[in-house]
Design a protein around this ligand. Structure first.
Ligand SMILES: Cc1cc2nc3c(=O)[nH]c(=O)nc-3n(C[C@H](O)[C@H](O)[C@H](O)COP(=O)(O)OP(=O)(O)OC[C@H]3O[C@@H](n4cnc5c(N)ncnc54)[C@H](O)[C@@H]3O)c2cc1C
Length: 526
């Protein structure tokens, strides 16, 4: 059932077994797993079923570095959460992402990839994507199609699948129909009220922007409010003027990570007609290369062996094609033949065609005889690098408060010189490998020895690490079960628990971990 919390009488006390805060990818996944359970579940959502500016403003906060995506643009605060406008790109973390690794500090998850595979497979279904297959061959890209040096040993072709799922609209009906699940809209978790020792949550205070206040008492609480709000809720709870919950070692809010996006420079291919069909890239529409299977996009990444041997973090390299000017004339000719014209008009198109007649006829011959496409002048690189975990990169509470009287957050996002050095080393390796393979030359944008990034660097919307998972409470906020260290009944779901950020997009892993947490809670309550 779905209830608007603004209609509840003030002071209402709700009893339940499980209380989940936040109806985004993590919270909705958890709640759906409980729809056939024998216990009651409350799912609290700050927003309504649609976007409301007043609720979205609760996401305002201060960025000390504005190369990070703005906080109100990088999250959405209504039913379905940020999946209401996510790109849908899904990719599991690789085995190497879970490992403790030489030369890279603060790495290692409490379990390995093989252990998580079971939940990854189930996450594929929740995200409504294809099979749990991410090797190019499964997507119709054969090794012989992949030109050197992108078939190993250092660089390999990888695949992302695209989910069409907006979690709110896709799963609203399931939750509405579930007799044991109550979704409260316009219900903001305000603060967890704990016992004397801050070991157990006794109740959760909840409020609506309309002024309504009520509380939830549950056996188990899960915070699933997004990568930043998860930490904010821990910091604003517990004893007045205390450090917050799970924060006895000053870990909450620290190790804040995102993926680093920047233009990596240009590859000038030796052969402008090189066959790059294996690579669909971001610029094109989703390449549905075979059958009716899910859309996917291929990209270039480092092999696991090279990441291990050269102590490199993950990287995702996509490129956009810059075609030779004759390609423009070919497009003009195609338009002309179809009786259409560009925005510049038919005469401008005709001028392009006449000025490039030789080029166009050469292309026609090449296409007819050798099935060759348009000549490529350069491949412009769009890179995404994994940010290294860093204690100094953090979020903390501001003195300014929001409309619910909760402290806003400040984001002090920090990169280390190593972030730049490792990303530059990856591009240097790429330059060397494409030279050696005779593929072309790379003009890298990261050549300088200093820590400066290209001007278009931006930290993206994938907020991770602020309540990281670690077996040692001095190095993490939650344990391997995602339970807050030192607390009996408080759990965290979402990318805030990731100890490392990887180069994969986070949501598939968020969903896999939420499914695993649901299994753990079911076992605990049965
Ligand atoms: C433009 C954009 C594109 C993206 N593209 C991709 C992509 O291609 N692939 C990918 O993997 N990821 C992508 N992401 C990231 C992805 O959207 C998130 O990883 C995912 O939504 C996180 O899920 P979540 O449940 O942890 O948080 P959210 O989806 O943000 O959900 C959190 C929910 O908690 C609610 N909430 C917050 N505070 C409270 C409170 N105090 N009380 C009650 N409720 C509260 C919010 O209203 C929200 O509904 C993208 C993000 C953006 C912004």
């Amino acid at each position: 059932m779905i209830i608007d919390a603004r209609s509840l009488p003030g002071g209402t006390k709700i009893d339940t077994e499980v209380c989940i805060v936040g109806a985004g990818a993590a919270g909705i996944t958890l709640a759906r797993e409980f729809t056939s359970a024998r216990f009651r579940v409350v799912l609290l959502e700050s927003g309504g079923l649609e976007f409301e500016a007043e609720t979205q403003d609760l996401y305002e906060g201060r960025l000390l570095d504005t190369t990070l995506a703005a906080l109100t643009a990088s999250r959405l605060r209504f039913f379905g959460g940020t999946t209401n406008h996510w790109g849908g790109w899904c990719l599991p973390y690789e085995a190497v992402d879970f490992e403790v690794r030489q030369g890279l500090p603060h790495r290692g998850w409490p379990f390995d990839k093989a252990y998580l595979d079971l939940w990854y497979r189930r996450a594929q279904e929740v995200c409504q994507i294809g099979p749990y297959e991410y090797g190019p061959v499964s997507w119709g890209i054969w090794p012989e199609q992949i030109v050197p040096p992108f078939r190993g040993p250092n660089f390999v072709c990888k695949v992302l699948q695209q989910s069409p799922t907006r979690f709110g609209s896709a799963y609203e009906a399931d939750l509405r129909q579930a007799g044991n699940v109550a979704v409260y809209l316009h219900a903001n978790a305000l603060t967890f009220v704990t016992d004397e020792m801050d070991k157990q949550v006794n109740k959760l205070s909840v409020g609506s922007l309309s002024g309504n206040r009520f509380s939830i008492s549950a056996r188990v609480y899960v915070i699933a409010a997004g990568g930043i709000e998860n930490a904010r809720l821990l910091l604003t709870s517990g004893k007045p003027n205390g450090p917050g919950l799970g924060n006895q070692h000053d870990c909450v809010g620290r190790f804040f990570m995102v993926n680093l996006n920047y233009s990596g420079g240009q590859i000038i291919p030796s052969d402008p007609y090189v066959n790059l069909d294996f690579f669909s890239g971001r610029a094109g529409s989703v390449y549905t290369g075979f059958g009716a299977r899910q859309g996917f996009v291929s990209f270039i990444g480092l092999s696991a062996e090279t990441m291990r041997d050269l102590q490199l973090p993950g990287a995702k390299i996509l490129w956009q094609y810059k075609f030779k000017p004759v390609a423009d004339a070919v497009s003009a000719a195609r338009r002309f033949a179809a009786g259409e014209s560009s925005s510049e008009g038919t005469l401008a198109d005709l001028a392009k065609i006449i000025g490039n007649l030789d080029g166009i006829s050469e292309l026609a011959v090449r296409k007819a005889l050798f099935h060759q496409g348009l000549p490529v002048e350069a491949l412009t690189l769009d890179c995404s690098s994994e940010q290294l975990p860093n204690w100094e990169s953090r979020i903390f509470l501001d003195i300014e408060r929001d409309a619910l009287d909760i402290p806003k957050i400040v984001v002090d996002w920090r990169l280390t010189p190593d972030d730049k050095k490792k990303a530059a080393a990856t591009l240097r390796l790429l330059g060397r490998e494409i030279g050696r393979a005779g593929f072309g030359r790379l003009r890298s944008s990261l050549d300088g020895e200093d820590a400066r990034w290209p001007e278009d660097l931006y930290g993206d919307e994938h907020h991770m690490g602020t309540t990281r998972m670690h077996v040692d409470p001095r190095l993490g906020v939650v344990d391997a079960d995602c339970r807050v260290h030192g607390m009996t009944n408080l759990y965290v779901a979402g990318s805030s628990v990731f100890p490392t950020s990887g180069a994969s997009n986070p949501t598939l892993t968020i969903v896999a971990l939420a499914l695993r947490l649901a299994d753990h809670i079911k076992e605990r309550l049965m």
